[in-house]
Design a protein. Structure first.
Length: 506
């Protein structure tokens, strides 16, 4: 271990020791109270994005799907349903501007409280400093919440005077009491912990243990993963209801496993699923079979000695990844349509205007065509992770191989490729787990009436069921089954890898 590494480790252990061993009894009590504050901070942030926790929805005319964060962004969105019934009411817009300002204050308070909560993981001085943020967040949130009730009262008076009381459909959001309680928790804990935590020396630095620093660095990623990967699982409840778009869920529409059994009872649905699964497995299987191509491309690219030429090649092979599939299809039309480049070139060579083949309409070799377009678009991007792995290979191995008389290809085969195999195996396991999830954008833009049966994959089929045909429960069931099968495949592939290679990723 290097001297800097030893110094860093010693400093970390010293900080950890000072934060745990030298704590007073009052400070230990403060640490326990901090958990209540952190829970309040998390609840504050979560409440910003759930419409059920929106304290500024003071009327039934306000879209019930609007969250507090949405109301903070624009007051006009709250007014959208009022414009038809309450035209030229000058008193209405200022009131909703005030409501939007209250939402902004609550959002700011949640952000400031989050900063104070993060500081509670530091040393004594950092905790003391963080209490200022927590106290300020409580004050800001209390100001924002307490302004909502007077605005509701003012609106009720103005709407009654204007003869529009019934049109307003006012309601008092009782959820504001939850925000008042959260603000009170921030204020009380800030004051209590300020006296429980011992006074710190002015010369003491604002520090935090490395493990907490790493946790805070990972926290945004964890939050995004929760919002986009786990929170949508709440939508699985539609699979158990006879639901149609725009309706509200109620127990009188509960149908249990009706949509699950319909997958096996309906002959047309079974036939479609068999065809879709065949396309999905075939295209994903071809992708797995050719998954070595990005690794080979990265190996050969790293062997280019001219740095400028290597960068040019890497740039031009990576750019297609950032081109949308709509533009890729536009390129395909320019090349393969009846008046595209290929037909135009053949006609100009023959001197006659006879060839009018539309290659995009044919369903011949459709799986291979989709594979080719996918490789062209993604091989450069997929090679980046292998290029990074190659740069981490010990150069001493190549020097030793040179001394032993190994040539360039011998070095690639006996050093570079074996060093890349662990990375390849991890990506292969992920590909196997995602064998049923090959996206839908590519297949949607290339699909037409002629190639529909050969190109429709599972993701595109679920999209068509839910959006085009309105069968949201059935599409939800298929999506659920796909997710469950993917998880099973991941653990199965991971088990095989552990048994064969002695390594696993889960």
């Amino acid at each position: 271990m290097s001297l800097s590494g030893v110094s860093s480790s010693f400093k970390s252990n010293q900080l950890k020791s000072s934060n745990s061993i030298n704590k007073t009894a009052s400070e230990r009590i403060a640490d326990k109270i901090y958990w209540v504050l952190r829970c309040a901070v998390v609840m504050n942030i979560v409440a910003l994005f759930f419409p059920a926790f929106n304290p500024v929805r003071i009327s039934e005319n306000v879209n019930k799907n609007m969250s507090l964060f949405s109301c903070a962004l624009s007051h006009e969105a709250m007014l959208s349903n009022f414009k038809a019934t309450l035209k030229r009411q000058e008193w209405l817009e200022p009131a909703f501007k005030s409501l939007s300002f209250c939402a902004v204050l609550i959002v700011i308070a949640a952000v400031v409280a989050a900063i104070g909560g993060c500081m509670s993981l530091g040393n004594r001085r950092l905790k003391k400093f963080g209490l200022i943020f927590s106290f300020a967040a409580g004050v800001i949130e209390l100001i924002g919440v307490l302004q909502i009730k007077p605005i509701v009262n003012e609106l009720s008076v103005l709407s009654y005077e204007a003869g529009k009381f019934k049109d307003m459909k006012l309601l008092f959001p009782n959820i504001i009491y939850m925000f008042i309680a959260l603000a009170a928790i921030l204020l009380v804990i800030s004051v209590v912990n300020f006296f429980l935590i011992p006074k710190t020396d002015v010369s003491e630095k604002l520090e935090m243990e490395p493990r907490f620093q790493l946790f805070l660095m990972m926290l945004p990623i964890i939050a995004l993963a929760f919002v986009f990967s786990y929170l949508p699982l709440y939508g699985w409840r539609y699979a158990f209801f006879d639901y149609k778009s725009g309706e509200s869920l109620s127990m009188d529409k509960f149908v249990g496993f009706k949509w699950f059994t319909s997958l096996f009872q309906n002959a047309a649905t079974k036939r479609d699923i068999v065809n879709v699964m065949k396309n999905t497995l075939a295209m994903s299987g071809l992708g797995i079979i050719t998954s070595w191509i990005p690794m080979a491309f990265a190996v050969f690219l790293s062997e280019i000695k001219n740095t400028r030429f290597r960068r040019i090649v890497q740039t031009f092979t990576t750019i297609p990844n950032f081109i949308s599939w709509v533009l890729v299809y536009a390129i395909a039309i320019a090349i393969f349509s009846t008046d595209g480049f290929i037909n135009t070139m053949i006609n100009s060579l023959n001197g006659e205007n006879l060839v009018t083949t539309n290659y995009l309409q044919s369903d011949a070799h459709m799986w291979l065509k989709m594979l080719a377009w996918g490789l062209w678009k993604g091989v450069g991007w997929s090679a980046i992770i292998y290029i990074a792995a190659i740069s981490g290979i010990d150069q001493g191995l190549y020097e030793a191989a040179t001394v032993d008389g190994a040539g360039r290809f011998a070095k690639m085969w006996y050093i570079t490729v074996p060093e890349l195999i662990p990375t390849y195996c991890v990506l292969l396991l992920m590909s196997i787990a995602n064998i049923l999830s090959n996206g839908m954008e590519q297949y949607m833009v290339f699909s037409n009436a002629m190639n529909w049966e050969k190109i429709q994959v599972l993701d595109l089929y679920v999209y068509n069921l839910g959006i085009d045909k309105g069968l949201i429960p059935l599409s939800t069931v298929i999506g659920m089954v796909k997710s469950i099968v993917s998880v099973i495949l991941l653990f199965a592939a991971n088990g095989v890898s552990k048994a064969v290679r002695g390594e696993s990723i889960v």
